[in-house]
Design a protein around this ligand. Structure first.
Ligand code: HEC
Ligand code: HEC
Length: 197
């Protein structure tokens, strides 16, 4: 079992993210419907605005994210972001639009008290708000949300003075306890509606 896992993971690292035709393949890591994939650590993209995705590709390039060798998932994505041409970014954004789902939920259950802090920026239903650069978080993969909230707290994200959006979220993350992060991640992850195939 372990051996199979190692082979699988190694092939993931060495397979180039781009097909030989020059086409990019975001789906290889982010899933066939861009719904996220726990094996590669890549989040859902099919719920995010194209503005936010573009901003984050830039954030990876500028090293606003993945501040240490400890953050393998972040470093994996930085390698991809560094290679993308404008044309490939445009193609990726078109793919995101094509596979778009709305995971924002107006009737979530088990609402944690700490959720009230989030709605001012992320919207009443967690749908995101482009005017504040705040992404949709309702319906994102729970393990990814958990990692990001810890990344902000630990300074893997939101540390650079030029990264205003990241700094804003880092300040908020510092108010959260470990238990609240766990509850919020489970709560927000419950409405991911894309079937994993
Ligand atoms: C080699 C695997 C891999 C490939 C290929 C890949 N990604 Fe990623 N991507 C990741 C991982 C892992 C993360 C999570 C990084 C983290 O934990 O900080 C990520 C994160 C992201 C994020 C941040 C999302 C958020 O919610 O902040 C964006 C945007 C993104 N990827 C876009 C793309 C696009 C567009 C493509 C195709 C051009 C692509 N990725 C291809 C692995 C990959
Ligand atoms: C003051 C506004 C503000 C508040 C309040 C806020 N956020 Fe954010 N949040 C943002 C912004 C802006 C970003 C994008 C930051 C970046 O570019 O790194 C963000 C990003 C995130 C991300 C990363 C998502 C991804 O796809 O990578 C998570 C997770 C998150 N917020 C969760 C929360 C939770 C949970 C709360 C409530 C406890 C909260 N936020 C409260 C503004 C806010």
């Amino acid at each position: 079992m372990m051996k199979i896992l190692i082979i699988l993971l190694t092939s993931l690292i060495f397979v180039t993210p781009f097909a030989t035709s020059g086409e990019l393949n975001c789906q290889m890591c982010h899933g066939s419907h861009l719904q996220g994939n726990v094996v590669t650590g890549a989040p859902a993209l099919n719920n995010l605005s194209t503005n936010y995705i573009e901003a984050q590709l830039n954030a990876f390039k500028q090293a606003f994210r993945a501040k240490s060798a400890k953050d393998q998932a972040g470093l994996d994505m930085r390698v991809v972001a560094m290679q993308l041409s404008q044309q490939e970014i445009a193609a990726a954004l078109a793919l995101v639009k094509k596979l778009r789902v709305t995971n924002a939920s107006s009737k979530p259950s088990n609402i944690p008290a700490s959720w009230q802090t989030c709605v001012a920026c992320h919207g009443a239903n967690g749908e995101g708000n482009d005017s504040l650069n705040a992404p949709a978080i309702m319906g994102q993969q729970p393990w990814y949300l958990f990692k990001q909230l810890h990344d902000y707290q630990e300074g893997q994200r939101g540390m650079e003075p030029a990264d205003e959006a990241g700094q804003l979220m880092r300040q908020t993350s510092l108010l959260l306890s470990a238990e609240e992060i766990k509850q919020l991640s489970q709560f927000l992850g419950q409405s991911n509606k894309t079937e994993i195939k």
